[in-house]
Design a protein around this ligand. Structure first.
Ligand code: BES
Ligand code: MN
Ligand code: ZN
Length: 489
């Protein structure tokens, strides 16, 4: 059952019925206004419950009150390193409160920003991809699953304002999750582009290039990947110019392979269904553009997603083929399954030439090798610029969408040289994530740039306090923070 939280802020006293949740510090100190303190103290003691981070304790029909339930939620020690702690606490409350009709939440001394983060976690944790579960989409089921949350906080007005921005970010992350979850028979490049046109409602300029446009632009690397598919490619460019006129924008570029069979170098069938998520980079860029436009960010931001399907077919590209990229550089195809870098080569070149960004960050579910190196807990970060790299590392720590920097260098770059063309699209068995990054670097010239390999984080992600898993929406909150901290105000 899908629960849709309806969130409001209030500084009035609690209603004295239904379900109430109370944030509790590990000292066991109950916040001002907490009901039935004596009963709660006894319950905490009896259960040896001491307010550890994210842990909850439920007290049913507490004596001397009209409440059905009081849920205690531990905040953990204030000084403990809990990245993104308030969003995660909000998520933890969502699971603890379940499907109660209405929940009053005593947030104690949280600031407006922390309360908005809490609300964001509550919202993100409730996300479910159940569009194709027919019984759950019947009207009577829908109506019964709205849970109204009233968050009690000192300055409710300020919290509501902070929530407007936080909600834009949460909606962006959920857009990214939807795109990653959506199956490839529905989410074709054309359908993906159509969905992005909706961003025009928020004042985002959206331009869609089709195969003909890309042919004119000589995007031979991207078109080579796409030529084996019945679903034609698209490139979507989103522009949000909320910053100073004339300031160079920051640009984000996403790999959007709506399905990756591997092409003629076909993948084994085990788990191939996961390759519907091979557009996780494009999903993150789309979610970010939603977030910055919906919250009216004071920054100039470009988003570019390259959308293709990688299929085997009578017209598919072959190993040994040589293609000419938009940059003029030629590429020998060794493995048609190393398609993401081919698509990005033209998308990066085009974005760099058209917008002259002050910094450019691409996201891609690029290599299985990054999963071997970092598992599901960090995205691989590759960069030619320490300032960009540090900005992303910082943003990763504060949003808990963590990245880990990997090396680039001449010796790795040599591994993609070939006698037959300017470069080849694979570098052999060793350092697979790095040679992929070296390939991309050949298409960004001197622009400060970073590549995030999100193969282990945007899809197949573990369950957390704020995500039910698989499609995490990874990257939206990270990039949004990176924009806020480095390009706004
Ligand atoms: N989309 C895959 C990478 C991937 C693997 C994403 C697992 C998510 C989970 C990419 O296009 C790919 O196939 N990469 C190859 C490159 C190789 C042929 C050089 C890989 O990683 O095996
Ligand atoms: Mn592939
Ligand atoms: Zn791929």
């Amino acid at each position: 059952m899908s629960v849709i939280p309806q969130i409001e802020f209030n500084d009035d006293v609690l209603e004295e019925n239904g379900t109430v949740a109370v944030l509790v510090r590990p000292s066991g100190d109950l916040p001002k206004g907490a009901p039935a303190k004596e009963v709660l103290r006894r319950a905490m003691k009896a259960a040896s419950w001491s307010g550890n981070f994210g842990k909850s304790l439920e007290v049913l029909v507490p004596e001397g009150t009209d409440y059905e339930r009081i849920v205690l939620l531990g905040t953990g020690k204030e000084d403990a390193e809990e990245a993104d702690r308030y969003a995660r606490l909000g998520g933890a409350l969502g699971s603890a409160a379940g499907s109660a009709d209405a929940v009053g939440v005593l947030l104690g001394g949280l600031s407006a920003a922390q309360a908005a983060d809490f609300a964001m976690g509550l919202q993100l944790a409730a996300y479910k991809f159940d569009r194709y579960k027919t019984s759950e989409n019947e009207e009577e089921n829908k109506a019964s699953t709205r849970v109204s949350y009233t968050l009690h906080v000192a300055d409710a007005g300020a919290a509501a304002v902070a929530w407007e921005s936080a909600k834009a970010i949460a909606d962006g992350a959920m857009l990214a999750r939807d795109l990653v979850n959506e199956p490839a028979n529905v989410l074709t490049p054309k359908n993906f582009a159509k969905r992005l046109k909706k961003l025009r409602e928020f004042g985002c300029k959206v331009t869609v290039l089709d195969g003909g446009d890309m042919k004119e632009l000589k995007m031979g690397a991207l078109l080579g990947v796409s030529q084996g598919s019945r679903n034609p490619p698209r490139m979507v460019i989103m522009e949000w110019m909320g910053g100073k006129k004339g300031d160079a924008p920051v640009a984000f570029v996403g790999k959007g392979v709506t399905f990756d069979t591997g092409g003629i170098s076909i993948k084994p069938s085990a788990s191939m269904e996961d390759m519907k998520g091979d557009m996780g980079g494009a999903a993150a860029v789309s979610g970010l553009m939603h977030a910055v436009a919906a919250r009216k960010a004071k920054a100039n931001v470009i988003g570019c997603v390259a959308l293709v399907e990688n299929m085997p077919d009578g017209n598919a590209q072959r190993p040994g083929d040589i293609v000419t990229s938009m940059s003029g550089q030629t590429i020998e195809i060794i493995n048609t399954d190393a398609e993401g870098r081919l698509v990005l080569a033209d998308a990066l070149w085009h974005t760099n030439k058209s917008y002259r960004p002050c910094a450019m960050v691409n996201l891609a579910t690029l290599t299985g090798a990054i999963l071997v190196a970092l598992g599901n807990y960090h995205a691989g970060l590759f960069s030619n610029d320490d300032t960009v790299a540090e900005g992303l590392l910082e943003a990763g720590l504060s949003t808990n969408e963590r990245v880990w920097r990997m090396p680039l260098g001449k010796d790795y770059d040599k591994l993609i040289d070939t006698k037959n063309a300017d470069m080849k699209n694979t570098g052999g068995r060793m350092a697979g994530s790095i040679t992929a990054a070296q390939f991309l670097q050949r298409f960004v010239e001197d622009t400060p740039w970073a590549h995030l390999d999100v193969a282990g984080t945007a899809m197949g992600s573990p369950k957390t306090e704020i995500s039910t898993g698989w499609a995490s929406g990874f990257g939206v909150r990270l990039l949004n923070r990176y924009v806020t901290d480095n390009f706004e105000g």
